[in-house]
Design a protein around this ligand. Structure first.
Ligand SMILES: [Zn+2]
Length: 365
């Protein structure tokens, strides 16, 4: 009965992923962009530098009479320049809110502009809630990684050569480092989406996903030997790097990237789910919580909705939901380290490396 429930849950998440694949995140064409009033407003604003009563200094001609067509953001203070809040961006922003105000008075639903909902900027930050939750995710990974290190080196017994018994420690450190970098890039991207920040965000998100898949296979198949690990990792690393080069140097293809991410996500989710279903690991319920919780959280990406008060949208809530899941995930990793260490230190490494299946069973599909 329980097994049947797990199989059904797996099917549900697969459907979620497949549905998700129908919603590629395109950033360039949205319903709001083609709105005639919005387009007229932007055109007018770029010419005269004003939206209604509000005029923007960066749109005005410089004192030496240079043209309005130049890279006007170069005339801005440095702290604004790095964010590239130029004349056109400001025109987009203010025209979008004016148009949305008119639409709200007519009782119409909000529209997306240039692939994004209308967000209120705070201190020049484009999506403040997503930035805050990305930072929280970063903090959770940093805390998890640090407490994992403390547990291994200061609380659990060490081998005579002062190395931990847990044979996946190095892999989890790399995971922690990649996750911290990926969430940092996510926070920067949600602060301001320009070409560079978008590429960095996509690059590290794909890298983290690819690496997590390698880790899922290595851990669930209990691959301890170097050659076995290399056989799994090499093709996946080669594929992930090729995909990253494709996105950065050839074409930022959102549809193709979504397909790649969906396939890697399904593979990873299935690997963990099947392992959680067959293992007798004492903390497998944490694994299930993360798999099921992660799948539920993904529904927020599917049922996208506009930001409440121009601040919190479905994507921001999705980032919020991964904060507690990250805490549980690192808690599982630490339990796993404890479980394997107690098993290995009790038996002695020699008996374990001979292939004993009693301490921690090796399950193959
Ligand atoms: Zn995001």
């Amino acid at each position: 009965m329980i097994r049947l429930f797990f199989q059904m849950t797996n099917c549900c998440w697969m459907i979620c992923f497949l549905v998700l694949s129908c919603f590629p995140r395109g950033y360039h064409a949205s319903a709001g962009d083609s709105d005639p009033s919005y387009r007229a407003c932007v055109e007018q604003c770029v010419k005269n530098g004003c939206v209604g009563e509000r005029c923007f200094s960066q749109c005005k001609p410089s004192s030496d009479g240079s043209s309005l067509d130049g890279p006007l953001y170069t005339q801005e203070p440095l702290y604004l320049r790095w964010k590239q809040w130029d004349c056109q961006s400001d025109c987009h922003y203010h025209c979008m809110f004016d148009r949305e105000k008119e639409r709200a008075e007519l009782g119409l639903e909000p529209l997306k502009y240039h692939g994004k909902w209308p967000f209120q900027r705070i201190c020049g930050i484009q999506e403040p809630a997503s930035v805050a939750f990305s930072a929280l995710n970063l903090a959770m990974h940093f805390h998890g990684c640090l407490s994992f290190f403390t547990l291994l080196y200061y609380k659990l017994p060490l081998k005579p050569d002062k190395r931990p018994f847990y044979d996946y420690a190095g892999l989890w450190y790399i995971y922690g480092l990649l996750a911290v970098i990926a969430w940092f890039c996510s926070a920067v991207f949600h602060s301001r989406d320009v070409d560079l920040t978008e590429k960095l965000d996509y690059t590290f998100a794909v890298a983290l996903l690819g690496y997590s898949l390698i880790l899922a296979i290595i851990r669930s198949f209990s691959l301890r030997g170097g050659p076995a690990r290399v056989m799994v990792a090499a093709p996946l690393i080669a594929f992930t790097i090729t995909h990253i080069f494709f996105l950065n140097l050839y074409r930022m293809d959102y549809g193709w990237n979504m397909k790649v991410c969906v396939i890697m996500g399904i593979a990873q989710l299935l690997t963990w789910s099947i392992w959680a279903g067959v293992t007798r690991h004492p903390s497998r319920w944490k694994l299930w919580t993360v798999v099921v919780g992660g799948g539920l959280a993904m529904l927020l990406e599917i049922f996208d909705f506009p930001p409440y008060q121009g601040l919190v949208d479905a994507h921001a809530l999705w980032h919020a939901s991964t904060v507690p899941l990250t805490y549980i995930w690192w808690s599982f990793i630490k339990d796993d380290a404890e479980y394997r260490t107690s098993s290995l230190s009790r038996k002695g490494t020699s008996s374990f490396t001979k292939g004993s299946r009693r301490g921690f069973p090796i399950y193959l599909f």
